[in-house]
Design a protein around this ligand. Structure first.
Ligand code: MLT
Ligand code: ZN
Length: 470
C-alpha cells in the first residue's frame, strides 16, 4: 500500500498540513484515506483532496475561515444519500463532513421540539422522539444514513409530507456558518415568529450553497402507538386517490399513501423474494396505505373496517392487509428498495417530479408513448408519494444517456409540468444534475434572484460551488 504522502501532490500536502495545524489532526482525512471509503450514492462524492470532520460548531467556523484564507472551495456533506449530485466534489475542494456533530441536544415534549446537531441521522431522531411518543414529521427510505443537516439542505419531503409538510415546515430554528465565516444563530423554538425576512428559509433547500447548517430546532408531532399497512391493487392513480380521500376522512390518521405502478413493484418483489401470487401484482397500480391507531391491532381493525366500507363503492378492490408488523415491513420493502432498479440498470436516469395527483393517470398515459417515440426500448418505472403529487420516474436504461436522447427525455418528462402547476424537482433538489432543468423550466426572474442571493451570501463562490447555480 502506498503511503498517503506518495499519493498527494505538493500543494495538497501543504494544504493538509496547514489544516492539521489549525484543527485536531484526527479530524483531517486526506485523499488516500478517502479513496478507501464508501462514497455513498454518488461515486464523485469523495473526490476532494481532503475531508474534515469538525467536532464542534467552533471547528466549522475555523474550517470556513481557513477556506476563506486559502480561497479553497468547500462542500458540506451529511449522509451522502442525495440523488442529484449536491455533495459531489472535485480534487481541488475540501469536504466538511458534519457526521461528528451527532448530538440530540434536547427533546422538549411540552413544546414538541427537538434541538439537534446537523449530523444526527433521521433514524436516530425518530427513535429518540418516539421515546416521548413523538415524531419529527419526516420519514424516508434513507432514514438510517440521511442526516438532519442534509435533509434541511435538500428540503427533503418523503412519505409523510402530505400530512406534516416538507423539511422547511419542520424547522423552527436554525444555526449555520455562513460563507463569510459568521455564525447565524436563529435557534427559535416556537412556531410563531413574524420578524421580517425569514433568512433560515433561504438556507433550507440551498443544498449547502449559502452556508453550512450546524444545528436546528425541529418540530415534533404526536406519534400513534400502532400502525397497520395494506397493499391494494388498483386500476390507476385516480382510484388510488379516491381511496386516499376516503381514508383521510376516517377517524384514524392516514400515515402513508405510496403508489407504485406494476412494472416497478414486479422488480422489487422479485428482488426481495416475496411471493408474487400473494400480492395484487396483476393490477396496473398498487397503493400502499398505512393507518395509525392506539395499537397495531386497533390500527389494523380500523384499516379493515375502512376497506370493507370502501368495498361497497369499489367492489373489485383487491389487496392484502398485513397481519403482523413483520409483514408490514415486507410490504414497505416492496416500495422502499429502489436500489434494485439501479443495480439492474446502473446509473439509470431518474426523475423526481410533482404535479396535481389527479393528473397522474393522464400524465402517465401521455408519457409512455412519448418515451417510446424517443426509443422503443424505454419503459419507465413509476412510483411515488401519491398524496402530495410526487412522482418518481426511473428509466430502464443504463446511464448516462446520449445528450440528444437526454434532451428529448427531459422534454417529454418536464415539458408540461409548469403548466400543470407542478415542479421538475419535487424533493431531491437541484445539485449538479438538474441545473439545466432549473434554467429551462423555472421562472427566469426567480432564477435571476437565486443567482443574486448566492452572490450576496457567497461572493467568492467558495461554498459548494457548481450546485444549483451554474
Ligand atoms: C423514494 O421515495 O424512494 C426516493 O425519494 C426516490 C428514489 O430513490 O428514487
Ligand atoms: Zn421519494
Amino acid at each position: 500500500m502506498m503511503r498517503c504522502e506518495e499519493q498527494l501532490a505538493e500543494p495538497e500536502l501543504d494544504k493538509v498540513a496547514s489544516l492539521r495545524s489549525q484543527l485536531p489532526e484526527s479530524q483531517v482525512l486526506d485523499r488516500s484515506v478517502l479513496a478507501a471509503r464508501d462514497p455513498g450514492w454518488d461515486a464523485g462524492n469523495l473526490n476532494a483532496f481532503a475531508l474534515v470532520r469538525p467536532g464542534s460548531v467552533a471547528d466549522v467556523v475555523e474550517l470556513v475561515s481557513w477556506c476563506r484564507a486559502q480561497r479553497c472551495a468547500f462542500v458540506p456533506q451529511g449522509g451522502r444519500t442525495g440523488l442529484v449530485g449536491g455533495a459531489v466534489t472535485t480534487p481541488d475542494q475540501l469536504i466538511c463532513d458534519l457526521g461528528a456533530l451527532d448530538k440530540i441536544e434536547e427533546i422538549d415534549p411540552d413544546s414538541g421540539i427537538a434541538v439537534v446537531q446537523a449530523g444526527v441521522t433521521l433514524g436516530a431522531l425518530q427513535e429518540a422522539a418516539a421515546a416521548f411518543g413523538l415524531h419529527p414529521g419526516l420519514d424516508l427510505a434513507a432514514r438510517g444514513s440521511a442526516t438532519i443537516g442534509g435533509l434541511i439542505a435538500t428540503n427533503a419531503g418523503g412519505i409523510t409530507a402530505f400530512r406534516t409538510g416538507v423539511m422547511r415546515h419542520r424547522v423552527l430554528g436554525l444555526e449555520a456558518v455562513l460563507p463569510d465565516g459568521r455564525l447565524v444563530d436563529d435557534m427559535t423554538r416556537v412556531l410563531k415568529t413574524s420578524a421580517g425576512y425569514d433568512v433560515k428559509q433561504l438556507l433550507i433547500g440551498a443544498e449547502g450553497t449559502l452556508g453550512i447548517v450546524t444545528r436546528a430546532v425541529i418540530r415534533l408531532d404526536p406519534l400513534p402507538n400502532g400502525r397497520a399497512t395494506a397493499l391494494l391493487g388498483l386500476n390507476g392513480a385516480a382510484q388510488a386517490l379516491d381511496i386516499v380521500r376516503h381514508l383521510r376522512g376516517g377517524s384514524s390518521p392516514l400515515l402513508a399513501a405510496e403508489i407504485m405502478w406494476s412494472g416497478f413493484a414486479a422488480v422489487t418483489c422479485a428482488a426481495i423474494g416475496l411471493d408474487p401470487a400473494q400480492l395484487p401484482l396483476r393490477s396496473p397500480c398498487l397503493l400502499l396505505v398505512e393507518l395509525g391507531g392506539a395499537s397495531f391491532e386497533a390500527a389494523r381493525t380500523a384499516l379493515e373496517e375502512a376497506l370493507a366500507a370502501l368495498a361497497e363503492t369499489e367492489p373489485d378492490l383487491d389487496g392484502v392487509v398485513c397481519t403482523s408488523m413483520a409483514q408490514s415491513a415486507q410490504l414497505w420493502r416492496l416500495r422502499e428498495d429502489t436500489d434494485v432498479l439501479y443495480r439492474l440498470h446502473p446509473q439509470a436516469p431518474s426523475y423526481d417530479i410533482s404535479l396535481p395527483a389527479r393528473e397522474f393517470d393522464a400524465y402517465v398515459a401521455r408519457l409512455r408513448p412519448a418515451l417510446k417515440a424517443i426509443d422503443p426500448a424505454i419503459e419507465p418505472y413509476l412510483f411515488g408519494h401519491l398524496a402530495d403529487g410526487n412522482l418518481h420516474i426511473v428509466l430502464n436504461l443504463s446511464g448516462p444517456l446520449r445528450p440528444d436522447i437526454r434532451a428529448a427525455v427531459d422534454t417529454a418528462i418536464y415539458g408540461e409540468l409548469r403548466g400543470l402547476g407542478g415542479s421538475f424537482s419535487a424533493e431531491h433538489g437541484i445539485g449538479n444534475k438538474r441545473i439545466a432543468a432549473l434554467q429551462r423550466h423555472a421562472d427566469p426572474v426567480k432564477v435571476a434572484l437565486m443567482a443574486q442571493i448566492k452572490t450576496l451570501f457567497d461572493p467568492d463562490n467558495l461554498c459548494n460551488p457548481g450546485k444549483i447555480i451554474a
